[in-house]
Ligand binder design. Structure first.
Ligand SMILES: C[S@@+](CC[C@H](N)C(=O)[O-])C[C@H]1O[C@@H](n2cnc3c(N)ncnc32)[C@H](O)[C@@H]1O
Length: 597
């Protein structure tokens, strides 16, 4: 990277990769090679759709999971299997007593996923961080307090370190997707006293954030000046249930024949219309809000809304850091890319989340053996549409990942969604609840197929026998059902039928479900449950393998962001990734840091 800057906050390694690799380049090469070429990984990350688990005979497990793995997977208790994947010492595994021992190829696969997954353990670099005062912690749950405490401390140290090295302080911190502005409010408060620009797309979140600013003494809401006598006269004549509804009071005042001048003296503006004013004091932090849905990394529109920046003349005095806790999907890309696109953004520190919300840049995948179709997913118009968009803002960001092996590395929505699972944190109860839900859903899809609610779709030539590789079924997206629907398979099927025949969002299914499923008996439902009950372990084992393997999906997504910064070495003088939260408290715990030359 040319000139070497000595940042004290820089971790030893630019990515938290396993000690099995001797350099970051060796790790990246190994990771990308595995992600692009391991058929098992490609099958487990994007190739399986739970809906098609039982729609072919003998089924996805028997057809697609390696034969030598099957006995071990079926005979291992779900929690013991999760221990095997994520916690057991694999070199001692053969000494463990169990009904069957894991085959060598499975042990090797688990070792690969473990070594290519970025390390997630967290040791705070600062032993003691300031405790959030009560008025600043308002509204935060334990998880948010953990995140905000650690990330505010992290940003403060990073900013100080960069300022020391560069000889210039940061003027502002731009929070991408500020939500309730917990982070911004903390950074604007003592001891940090930073100037915050909170960018948020949802007006309701921003209104909530401003309410918290008022409660925490950061801001004041404009006081109403009203003709009290007239106002009380109006209240006496209006139903008490309407006393807090300014619009209703305005209407009532008109109906009672009050003149426009009199009504004006009542100041019946809604709460939203009242100005919220922020005190600006020398040495204290400030907060400015910008409402807007960012669609790219160019911040010209945001900057133009800042106090004193309307004409853009002072923008060359801005030295800003782009920050965020859990900017979802592409918003993280905008935050990272903002340093490349805006002269005033001098550094970034972005913790992403919701990889399912990323768009795809490379378009649909090409066919590759051994799969006779690009993915084993059921035909899902949204999945196809999303990849077809070829969104330049989407994944991957870096040239390296975009062109790896000639064709680049892609992750479809199933793979990206699984990358948000955090299986290391699953408890016995939670995982059993997941497995049961997916099992119910997969068996219901089989019923839908048998009853003719959905049909089989062949990919390529229509073969005589349907397999998971040449066919799929069209999905019926049911979404979640009421809690009591998960108490038994019968309750689940009945709940799904009710939703699909009555809910206005599912009108396209009303008739077909009524016709094909309306007369299903309890005995029939029970016989499906009986037929598939003993196969639940097939599903729990594959779901566990999918979530575990997707730790590598997350590692590729984060590595891609780091590679993008490294590829801009003409602009970026240093960049790294490290953990900033305890994984148990907050599993999306990797920050991507970039510093401008
Ligand atoms: C997961 S929340 C995190 C909120 C906050 N950073 C926190 O830690 O509490 C992500 C926030 O980003 C906002 N958001 C998502 N996409 C956005 C976009 N394109 N532009 C602006 N805000 C966005 C959402 O409305 C949401 O409030």
């Amino acid at each position: 990277m040319g000139e070497i800057w000595n940042f004290e906050t820089r971790p030893e390694k630019p990515l938290p990769y396993s000690d099995e690799f001797s350099s970051v380049d060796e790790y990246v090469e190994g990771l990308l090679n595995f992600a692009a070429n391991s058929d098992l990984f490609r099958f487990l990350c994007g190739g399986v759709h739970i809906l098609d688990f039982f729609t072919t005979d003998p089924g996805l497990f028997v057809d697609a999971v390696p034969k030598e793995w099957q006995d071990y997977l079926l005979q291992t208790e779900p929690m013991a299997f999760l221990d095997f994947l994520m916690r057991d010492d694999l070199d001692k595994i053969s000494q463990k007593s169990g009904p069957v021992s894991p085959p060598e190829s499975l042990v090797q696969y688990v070792k690969d996923i473990r070594r290519f997954s970025l390390r997630r353990n967290f040791r705070p670099r600062q032993a003691k961080l300031p405790v959030l005062p009560r008025h600043v912690a308002l509204g935060m749950k334990t998880k948010k307090i953990h995140e905000v405490t650690h990330f505010a401390g992290y940003i403060d140290r990073l900013a100080e370190d960069i300022a020391r090295a560069k000889g210039e302080d940061f003027t502002h911190f731009v929070d991408f997707g500020s939500g309730q502005n917990y982070l911004g409010r903390t950074l604007a408060s003592p001891p940090y006293n930073k100037h915050i620009v909170a960018v948020e797309s949802k007006e309701a979140n921003m209104a909530g954030a401003k309410d918290l600013d008022i409660l925490s003494g950061f801001a004041e809401r404009e006081k109403r000046v009203r003709n009290k006598k007239l106002y009380h006269r109006l209240l006496e004549m209006v139903d008490p249930s309407l006393h807090k509804d300014e619009e209703a009071l305005k209407r009532a005042a008109k109906e009672l024949g009050m003149s426009d001048e009199d009504i004006a003296t009542l100041d019946l503006r809604s709460r939203k219309e009242l100005q919220v004013t922020y005190t600006v004091e020398e040495g204290k932090g400030t907060i400015e809000y910008v409402v807007g849905h960012l669609e790219h990394a160019d911040l010209a529109g945001v900057l133009a809304q800042l106090r004193g920046q309307e004409d853009g003349v002072c923008q060359d005095k801005l030295r800003m850091m782009a920050i965020s806790i859990h900017s979802c999907g592409n918003l993280s890309h905008y935050g990272i890319r903002s340093m490349i696109m805006n002269p005033c953004i001098k550094a970034v520190a972005i913790v992403g989340c919701c990889y399912n919300l990323l768009t795809e840049k490379l378009g649909p995948p090409t066919y590759k053996p051994p799969f006779s179709r690009p993915s084993l997913q059921p035909i899902n118009p949204r999945v196809a549409r999303e990849s077809e968009r070829r969104d330049p803002q989407g994944f991957p960001m870096s040239e390296k990942v975009s062109t790896y092996g000639g064709d680049g590395i892609r992750f479809n929505i199933t793979a990206r969604m699984m990358a948000c699972q955090a299986p290391q944190n699953w408890t016995d109860q939670e995982s059993d609840a997941f497995f049961t839900r997916h099992f119910y859903r997969a068996v219901l899809q089989k019923i839908f197929l048998d009853k003719g609610v959905i049909s089989r779709v062949y990919h390529g030539e229509t073969a005589s026998a349907a397999t998971p590789f040449n066919s799929s079924t069209n999905p019926v997206i049911i979404g979640s059902l009421r809690k009591q629907c998960y108490t038994s398979f019968n309750a689940y099927v009945r709940g799904a039928i009710t939703k699909l025949t009555t809910h206005p969002d599912f009108s396209q299914y009303h008739q077909v479900i009524q016709e094909k499923m309306g007369d299903i008996t309890d005995e029939e439902i029970a016989s499906y449950e009986e037929t598939f009950r003993y196969r639940k372990r097939e599903l729990s084992a594959v779901w566990s393998l999918m979530a575990f393997s997707a730790c590598v999906v997350e590692s590729v997504i984060v590595t891609d962001r780091w590679l993008f910064l490294r590829e801009h070495s003409d602009i970026v003088c240093d960049c790294w990734v490290e953990t900033v939260f305890d994984y148990k408290q907050s599993p999306r715990n990797l920050v991507v840091v970039g510093i401008k030359r």
